[in-house]
Design a binder for this molecule. Structure first.
Ligand code: HEM
Length: 264
């Protein structure tokens, strides 16, 4: 449609408000179920925005745009802070309020969020098993397959460092992107040197540490919220619940950036 024939946008038409407001369908008459649905939908929108920004960060790194990479990482970190803070809202729901509709969720769980797994894949937490949980030929499955085979943010960062003149070993630059980045003594030596004499790239490293810490913060807060809401009961997604979530807390995304701290 040309600009002259297209109807002028309104707030409602541009944002598709009618469609958006028609997407909440509680399965019970319990008051708190609406909050539960809306908060998950809001998270899925933030996940979508994060993936959009991560794609941008990878592109900017490839173009050696260090300043704009940092700018976009700052936005990602600000979104993450909002996402962590939003858990406070859900914590106003008591265990009994949640129990009033929990059985209606059947096997539904954030565990099945493909966008959360996509974010993990970008950050190097890759799992073939996670892909197989989604039906073949669907949106989620194909998005996950693409991100599974794509380089991670850490890979893009190492490629960038090599172009900045650092002697990143070829084996690291050509590593299999479907595996998690392993800690590397050679990379740690490079990072120690970088922190001592390269302020610009040391700042970039610090933003990656912020990101790593921010994701761990979300995992910790989500795990605690789960513990205070369902105690030691198993999750609707089939895991042991809080015990499973506790195991995912504290695992660094970028282990080399943590390992060097005690040597600086
Ligand atoms: C009362 C609120 C909540 C409870 C009781 C809860 C419970 C759980 C449990 C028990 C798990 C482990 C998997 C399972 O067996 O189900 C889980 C995983 C997960 N939940 Fe929640 N959750 C809540 C709110 C949320 C919210 C608001 C989000 C935002 C999207 C979310 C996202 C996730 C994600 C992404 C996982 C997978 C984590 C991983 O595998 O590392 N949850 N949740």
């Amino acid at each position: 449609m040309s600009d002259t024939t297209r109807p002028a946008a309104t707030y409602a038409s541009y944002l598709e408000i009618d469609e958006l407001l028609s997407l909440q369908h509680p399965r019970s008459d319990e008051h708190d179920e609406m909050l539960f649905i809306i908060i998950h939908q809001v998270y899925e929108l933030w996940f979508k925005e994060l993936l959009h920004e991560f794609d941008r960060v990878m592109q900017l790194l490839e173009q050696d745009e260090s300043h704009r990479t940092q700018h976009t990482l700052k936005r990602i970190l600000t979104i993450l802070k909002v996402m962590v803070a939003q858990l406070d809202i859900l914590e106003t729901m008591t265990p009994l309020e949640f129990l009033s509709f929990r059985a209606r969720l059947d096997a539904a769980s954030g565990f099945q969020s493909d966008q959360f797994r996509q974010i993990e894949f970008v950050l190097g937490v890759k799992s073939e098993q996670a892909i197989r949980r989604f039906s073949e030929h669907g949106r989620a499955r194909s998005a996950l397959e693409t991100r599974y085979h794509a380089p991670t943010l850490w890979d893009a960062f190492l490629q960038y460092l090599a172009r900045e003149g650092y002697n990143v070993p070829a084996a690291r630059l050509q590593r299999d992107p479907t595996t998690a980045p392993e800690p590397s003594p050679e990379i740690q030596e490079i990072l120690i040197d970088l922190y001592r004499r390269d302020v610009k790239n040391a700042e970039l490293c610090e933003r990656l540490v912020d990101l790593d810490e921010g994701i761990q913060e979300w995992r910790y807060r989500h795990a605690k919220m789960v513990e205070r809401t369902i105690g030691a009961k198993p999750g609707t997604g089939g895991s042991s619940g809080a015990a499973y979530l506790r195991e995912t807390v504290g695992r660094p995304l970028f282990p080399d950036l943590w390992a060097i701290r005690s040597r600086l």
